[in-house]
Design a protein around this ligand. Structure first.
Ligand code: NAP
Ligand code: ZN
Ligand code: ZN
Length: 348
């Protein structure tokens, strides 16, 4: 059994600390990877602190993984030892239900297996995430990485990237569409890059006036500080699509108020408490409130290949793993530019 060194926690109150465990040898269609980089998603913080109530301890977070293949089972077709592989938020699913057959494994009828804090379908153990030296995964749930991209900047694409790419594609963000992004953090900055790249008119909403210049640089045509009521009013009933990527409880009403008739707002942010809605904002313009969760394996690969073509990566602050607790605290202060990524060589 290969051993793994990681950072994890035994309960919702303690900071992350060194934690060692073992992983299985890769099976016939599995690869083992040595982790090179792992992004720090706000979901890691929600999960480490059991804010969604479903955490299983000991818990090793991390679901934005880029690594090098160290071993491949006999049946593996996509990877050879020495190549780069990337793993996101899910590592398995039933593989036979309708969503799985469609390549929407994240909507698996029997529930996908999360990269950490979930029961492994193969050996019944609890999955341990990418804040660790290695990972073992079926090749179906691992992706190839375009060779021209910086690997630290690629890691966040595996969650923040696909979680914003998928709904923007689904709801047709593109030329002639006015698209709003709420919250400029890890997810928000990727939403902004994609909305811009797809040719939409992108408007960033932020609670942080100091992020205005960055938002412009990241692709915003306009930036609105959400506490500025006049500026908000000027955008009333004008949006085709809004994506909400905020990590903390907040009112949706100021944003549903900005939707055009028949327009859609998609929630991807998942705060620990859900808001009460002014349903009138939806009813009086037949608007939709939608949600979205990561993306399936084919679409995740598509997104990575698109990023290769367009040279899109996340804006990252690379940190040693010893600084991960500090990074969590900085996320809570909205002090992130715009994704922390752990350099896993710091674990050795
Ligand atoms: P993040 O990097 O911490 O960014 C969150 C941003 O939300 C902040 O930078 C801030 O932007 C805004 N914000 C924070 N507190 C706020 C408050 N009290 N009121 C208004 N705005 C506030 O987080 P992330 O990693 O992007 O994740 C965002 C959320 O998405 C989390 O809840 C995470 O769990 C969830 N998530 C969902 C999926 C999915 O599949 N649906 C996948 C990954 C993550 P400004 O400073 O610009 O206001
Ligand atoms: Zn995530
Ligand atoms: Zn399934």
């Amino acid at each position: 059994m290969p051993s793994s060194k990681g950072f994890g926690t035994h309960d919702a109150q303690s900071p992350l600390a060194p934690y060692s465990f073992s992983r299985r040898e890769p099976g016939a269609t599995e690869i083992a990877i040595e982790t090179l980089y792992c992004g720090v998603c706000h979901s890691d913080l929600h999960m480490a602190r059991n804010e969604w109530g479903n955490s299983i301890y000991p818990l090793v977070p991390g679901h934005e993984i880029v690594g090098r293949v160290t071993a491949a089972g006999k049946g593996v077709k996509k990877f050879k030892a020495g190549e780069i592989a990337a793993v996101g938020v899910i590592v398995d699913s039933c593989r036979h239900c309708a969503p799985c057959k469609r390549g929407e494994e994240h909507f698996c009828d029997e529930g996908p297996t999360l990269t950490y804090a979930a029961k492994d379908r193969v050996d019944g153990s609890i999955t341990m995430g990418g804040y660790s030296t290695n990972y073992v995964v079926d090749e179906r749930f691992a992706h190839t990485v375009p060779a021209n991209l910086d690997l630290a900047g690629v890691a966040p694409l595996l969650c923040a990237g696909i979680t914003t790419y998928s709904p923007l594609r689904h709801w047709g963000a593109g030329p002639g569409k006015k698209v709003g992004v709420v919250g400029l953090g890890g997810l928000g900055h990727m939403a902004l890059k994609f909305a811009h790249s797809f040719g939409a008119h992108a408007v960033q909403f932020t609670t942080s006036p100091k992020k205005k210049d960055d938002a412009k640089r990241l692709g915003a045509n306009e930036v609105v500080v959400s506490s500025d009521e006049e500026a908000m009013k000027a955008h009333a009933k004008s949006f085709d699509f809004i994506i909400d990527a905020v990590s903390a409880p907040h009112s949706l009403d100021p944003y549903t108020n900005l939707l055009k008739q028949d327009a859609t707002m998609a929630l991807v942010g998942l705060p620990e408490k859900f808001p009460v809605l002014n349903v009138g904002n939806l009813i009086f313009r037949r608007a939709r409130l939608s949600g979205s969760m990561i993306g399936g394996m084919p679409e995740t690969q598509q997104m990575l290949d698109y990023c290769g073509e367009k040279k899109i990566t996340a804006d990252v602050e690379v940190i040693p793993i010893q600084k991960v607790n500090e990074a969590f605290e900085r996320l809570l202060k909205q002090d992130v530019k715009y994704r922390f990524v752990i350099d896993m060589s710091s674990l050795k």
